[in-house]
Ligand binder design. Structure first.
Ligand code: GUN
Length: 297
């Protein structure tokens, strides 16, 4: 069993990105600039946003963070329009989840597609599905990069994804079935209505668990030799830890790992890759490379 070391790969990507940021600055004077809007007091969201901002600064990006204890939807949309129109801002993310009085689809719709470095806007989603240049959601992009860095074969493999979220499962199912590498997989997308889940997961050459249910994937659900990607990062109370919690994946790592050819740890697997992918999208937005390569449409 080999660990897919997202921490190490993400560190290597950050190193490459720092050099590209320097080159962009020397050639054009431009420094990539990410703006983040965070609403409410969800502790996990605050941790994620802090990690994103720290990574941005580490590679030399500028950052703007706007924190609201609460905000009306109309005011949020107005603020987004201002950031959309601000030429100094290259990328914009609104951290999810949002309070219930704010419509997530409406917020996503108000994002300027060129600045939508989360890749959630319908235009980016559609372009991704058509294999056109697009911002690709960070977690699926991070998973693809991790598979590619370890040169894992995906063509003709059965990729079973558990969870159809907007951020991970749904876009990953499109990406893994696209023509190219990593891709050309036969994809099964499982969700809360799926019957006989373990019969499907046992067929997986590549198994991705992205539902946020700790230890959902047990050893009997995994084929021997499978590649297992664990996207879950649930906080479980643990008084022996400094923070009072530990992070638990969707995979029962201790029992599943011995069956795998490759597996991601939690933490240190998909999490750091998600942030690295967000940095990549932001750099591409700053380079204005996503929408200038529109030949053919
Ligand atoms: N909340 C959980 N994952 C994400 C993400 O990738 N982007 C945003 N904006 N919010 C999230």
């Amino acid at each position: 069993m080999i660990l897919l070391d997202g921490q190490a790969v993400a560190a290597a990507i950050r190193c490459e990105l720092s050099q590209q940021v320097h080159r962009l600055q020397v050639s054009s004077g431009k420094v990539p600039h990410l703006a983040v809007i965070l609403i409410g007091h969800d502790p996990a969201s605050h941790t994620y946003v802090d990690a994103k901002l720290k990574a941005c600064r580490a590679v030399g990006f500028k950052t703007t963070v706007i924190r609201h204890a609460t905000i009306q939807e109309a005011d949020l949309l107005h603020q987004m329009v201002q950031l959309n129109n601000d030429p100094m801002i290259d990328g914009l993310i609104v951290q999810l989840p949002l309070p219930p009085h704010i419509s997530v689809p409406r917020v996503i719709h108000h994002m300027k597609p060129e600045k939508d470095v989360d890749g959630f806007h319908a235009l980016n989603y559609g372009r991704m599905a058509r294999s056109l240049p697009a911002h690709i959601p960070a977690t699926p992009l991070g998973i693809l990069i991790l598979l590619a860095r370890y040169q894992l074969e995906t063509s003709g493999k059965h990729c079973v994804i558990v969870g159809r979220s907007r951020t991970v499962g749904a876009p990953l199912s499109i990406l893994m079935s696209r023509d190219g590498y990593p891709g050309n997989a036969t994809v099964t997308l499982c969700h809360s209505h799926t019957q006989h889940l373990s019969a499907l997961t046992r067929q997986a050459d590549i198994l991705v668990a992205a539902v946020g249910r700790p230890r959902l994937i047990t050893a009997d659900m995994v084929k021997k030799g499978a590649v297992v990607i664990d996207v879950g990062i649930t906080r479980e109370p643990d008084q022996t830890r400094k923070l009072g919690y530990r992070l638990q994946g969707d995979v029962d790592f201790a029992r599943v790992a011995p069956r795998c050819s490759y597996i991601t740890p939690v933490p240190g697997g998909v999490g750091p890759m998600t942030i690295a992918a967000l940095l990549l999208n932001t750099l591409r937005a700053a380079q204005n490379q996503v929408y200038v390569t529109d030949q053919g449409i």
